[in-house]
Design a protein around this ligand. Sequence first.
Ligand code: SF4
Ligand code: SF4
Length: 123
Amino acid sequence: MQEFQGKLKLEAKGQLYDILLAIGQQTLDYYNPCDWRNEKCRRMRSSRNDEGCCEVCEHLGPNGCTVQSLGCKLWLCENQENIFRECEVELKVLRQVADYCGIPYKIRRSKEESFTLQFPPVP
Ligand code: SF4
Ligand code: SF4
């Protein structure tokens, strides 16, 4: 697996990141686990503390997320993970593809941040 990851060029990993992000979005669009309504997701509407998973994230802007985070795109909170099992399985497959190809994806990290963390610039 490491040999395969080594053969994949950084540019290809960047392109794969975008493809997985798009497929992850399609999966979320299809199952709609978060079901946003009036600026509240399903968990926010059903819990007392009113907190969603983006709470206090530095990338949260007035109109939602401001970055392309594959880590967040392929992740569901425990509540939805248990209810939307098929969605979670499909997201898990995408995470496995990312792992296999050595694509960096960190929750609460943009694409640039994830890649910089995994492949620090040569001094
Ligand atoms: S994953 Fe859970 S907490 Fe995050 S937006 Fe969806 S329903 Fe809300
Ligand atoms: S990076 Fe993740 S946690 Fe932060 S605002 Fe975007 S989706 Fe939410």
